[in-house]
Design a protein around this ligand. Structure first.
Ligand code: FNR
Length: 183
């Protein structure tokens, strides 16, 4: 059985999402003792603080998935120079009620792709700000801002040869980061 279960939050609900494909390509670069679980976020209600005392079933599920994980991986595009609302909504849900955040202390990795030339850099930067507030030790380097172009994925749908070594380096560092910080 995998020793290290990682909760993965993807900032796009799009069927053909580049970021989902990137995430699943990255999972293949992880070692055998790591298991990656894509958390569902498309059935979460819009966050409303009135509901903190009776969180909806999908919110409870998300919080359990994160609480039970050794680390969290965020894979996100950039929307209007920031984090997509669907991802922020999921983060807000799992961080509440106050004092009962699922995120505190969980080692985090941030990565993302966009079709723009800055490759989700500003979204990632905004996200890092949120993760610092949530008390998540977040891997600083290597930063990976992927400008999605032809060849990013091979014909088999996996990460293409041109990016594989670079992304393997990211994964290796993330694995070491989780092992260093996981309780
Ligand atoms: C975008 N896109 C985008 N790209 C970027 O580099 N910087 C940005 O600020 C934005 N803003 C933005 C806003 C909205 C509402 C949309 C729908 C798109 C383009 C974005 O990078 C592109 O759609 C990616 O393909 C989205 O990622 P997924 O869905 O393929 O994972």
């Amino acid at each position: 059985m995998s020793q290290y279960r990682i909760a993965v939050l993807i900032g796009s609900l799009r069927r053909e999402s580049i970021n989902r494909q990137l995430a699943h390509g990255l999972f293949k670069l992880g070692p055998a003792d790591f298991e990656f679980h894509e958390c569902r976020i498309d059935d979460l209600p819009l966050y409303n603080q009135d509901d903190d005392s009776h969180q909806a079933a999908p919110v409870k599920r998300l919080k359990q998935e994160i609480s039970g994980a050794k680390g969290v991986m965020f894979v996100t595009p950039e929307y209007n120079r920031s984090v997509p609302g669907v991802l922020k909504n999921a983060i807000d849900h799992a961080s509440r009620p106050y004092g009962q955040s699922a995120f505190a202390g969980k080692p985090a990795g941030v990565i993302g792709a966009s079709i723009g030339s800055i490759g989700s850099a500003l979204a990632q930067q905004h996200l890092r700000n949120t993760l610092a507030y949530l008390d998540m030790p977040t891997m600083g380097q290597p930063e990976v801002f992927i400008h999605a172009k032809e060849g990013l994925f091979g014909e088999d749908g996996q990460i293409g040869e041109g990016s594989r070594k670079f992304l393997q380096e990211w994964m290796d560092r993330y694995v070491a980061w989780v092992k260093q910080h996981a309780a």
